[in-house]
Design a protein around this ligand. Structure first.
Ligand code: SAH
Length: 230
């Protein structure tokens, strides 16, 4: 059974309390930026998870979504968003739309979000949620995000929500001087580290570790429908 969007909206209201509780958890775990907390409080995570997981939408954990992918843990979404240090003038690129949850949070804090996904069903579902939530400053693209979005470059900020083996050079090249790239780096299922890279005016790249994480892998190419696992 699939819940219609109206029913989901009613559930969304009932979930306000759960959402407030989650915000407290984020605060306790080092999320101090009020704008980030506010953006997360205004983003109904239960709309981005499969029906079966709606009761778990406000637990601080990653959950399965279609195409064998995951919606990230809220604390990780908050940490990555805070590390991006966004403002309303920012043009942001996201690699790995997935459920669209992270993009929805980014959209409330920046001028425009460009998000790329290699699984078409995920992208279509996310697009319909963006419309439903009146998030009109999100541009989407079906494709391999490890190449970035050259036609729209440069970006003020770039966020990768799948683990790369190495920092994709195409992405640092599409970042404006002074801009930040937040990216998990490491092997599939192994030790991954979340990095924030900053490209200085002179081209020098500074990196700061934000700690250990566990993400699905950044893959090359698009899903041609033969990857199975839905
Ligand atoms: N930001 C998402 C997290 C989804 S998980 C959310 O908030 O739900 C990571 C996503 O990255 C998956 O949907 C996966 O299909 C996608 N992905 C992996 N490699 C990719 C690539 N090269 N280009 C675009 N998307 C990619």
């Amino acid at each position: 059974m699939s819940l219609d969007q109206g029913t989901r909206a009613v559930i969304a209201m009932e979930r306000e309390q759960d959402r407030a509780q989650l915000i407290l958890t984020l605060r306790r775990n080092g999320i101090t930026d009020p704008a980030v907390l506010d953006a997360m409080e205004r983003t109904p995570r239960e709309m981005f998870v499969p029906d079966y997981f709606v009761p778990h939408a406000y637990e601080d954990s990653a959950l399965p979504i279609a195409c064998g992918q995951t919606i990230s843990q809220p604390l990780v979404v908050a940490m990555m968003t805070q590390a991006l240090d966004l403002n309303r003038r920012c043009k942001v690129l996201e690699i790995g739309t997935g459920s669209g949850y992270q993009a929805a949070v980014l959209a409330r804090l920046s001028r425009r979000v460009y998000t790329i996904e290699r699984h078409k069903p995920l992208l279509r579902e996310a697009e319909s949620l963006f419309r439903y939530l009146d998030l009109h400053n999100i541009a989407t693209r079906f494709g391999d995000g490890s190449q970035g979005w050259p036609e729209q470059a440069p970006f003020d900020r770039i966020i990768v929500t799948a683990a790369a083996r190495e920092v994709p050079e195409a992405l640092t090249a599409q970042l404006k001087p002074g801009g930040h790239l937040v990216v998990p780096v490491g092997p599939e299922g192994g030790d991954q580290e979340l990095w924030r890279l900053t490209v200085e005016e002179g081209g020098q790249v500074d990196r700061v570790s934000l700690g250990g994480v566990r993400f699905v892998p950044l893959r090359t190419g698009i899903d041609d429908g033969r990857e199975g696992s839905r």
